[in-house]
Design a protein around this ligand. Structure first.
Ligand code: NDP
Length: 242
């Protein structure tokens, strides 16, 4: 069976991506770190599409926990493989650089950037040997433009963009594509502390985006038709150009 693994699939953009890929017929592995209720809700919604949904709880910032979860999953699924990987889990911890603590730098880099390496290396081998794979990394406008108060987050997302471009060149010949999707402001828990009214005035489309809009783009990049798109960073930001 072909699976799609969505890190941070319990809520927000990740949940919508789980549903989009379920609609495309993939069995879904929903990763999350703490929010059991939200993960179970995503599972229920995925199952409504008539596909399999499995919860896989691990901290993507923890190398050993990630290894253990993915190795165990592979051992329990000798006939299946993860054909689609969405590196979506992420956090922000905003503060001006002058006030930034080690912990704020480290946790944002570990969760948003190092996680890309920890998770991707464990699913890549099967994609290469099966000669089909889709890796889609959720980055951010912040990683392209840089945003004040987000030196840690901008650095992490820019790092993932660099890795996306490098890996795309390593694996293209095996029909594995690697792309990044860079949202602007999307209506999720992550943005609920922001001043939406003020920010909206800067966005040409005049509103925050929805998780479903991001998921539709990811769904296309994951499809067979998108096989000639690789190493790209695709913005989805209502015209809020950098
Ligand atoms: P949410 O805060 O709504 O959801 C975050 C998700 O990531 C949850 O499922 C959470 O799991 C999971 N997660 C967080 N830390 C870890 C971890 N260490 N290990 C495993 N899972 C983890 O975020 P969004 O949906 O808004 O964001 C999704 C992605 O999109 C992120 O990478 C974010 O940086 C990016 N993005 C978001 C934008 C926005 O405006 N919302 C804009 C640009 C980029 P749990 O439920 O267990 O806590």
């Amino acid at each position: 069976m072909k699976y799609a693994l969505v890190t941070g699939g319990s809520r927000g953009i990740g949940r919508s991506i789980c549903l989009e890929l379920a609609k495309a017929g993939y069995a879904i592995i929903i990763n999350f770190v703490s929010n059991e209720n939200a993960a179970n809700e995503t599972k229920k919604l995925v199952e409504e599409f008539g596909v399999k949904a499995e919860l896989l709880k691990f901290d993507v910032a923890d190398k050993d926990a990630t290894d253990m979860a993915l190795i165990e999953w592979a051992e329990g699924h000798p006939d299946d493989y993860i054909a689609v990987l969405i590196n979506n889990a992420g956090i922000r911890q905003d503060t001006l650089m002058i006030f930034m603590q080690n912990e704020q730098w480290d946790s944002v880099i570990n969760t948003n950037l190092n996680s890309f390496f920890y998770v991707t290396r464990r699913v890549l081998k099967d994609m290469l040997s099966k000669r089909f794979g889709r890796i889609i990394n959720i980055v951010s406008l912040s990683g392209i433009k840089g945003l004040p108060g987000q030196a840690n987050y901008s650095a992490a997302k820019a790092g993932v963009i660099g890795a996306t471009k490098a890996l795309a060149q390593e694996v293209g010949a095996r029909k594995v594509t690697v792309n990044a999707v860079a949202p602007g402001f999307i209506d999720t828990d992550m943005t609920k502390d922001m001043d939406e009214k003020a920010l909206k005035t800067m966005i040409p489309v005049g509103r925050f985006g929805t998780p479903e809009e991001v998921a539709a783009l990811v769904g296309f990049l994951a499809s067979e038709q998108a096989g000639y798109i690789t190493g790209e960073v695709i913005s989805i930001n209502g015209g809020l150009y950098t």
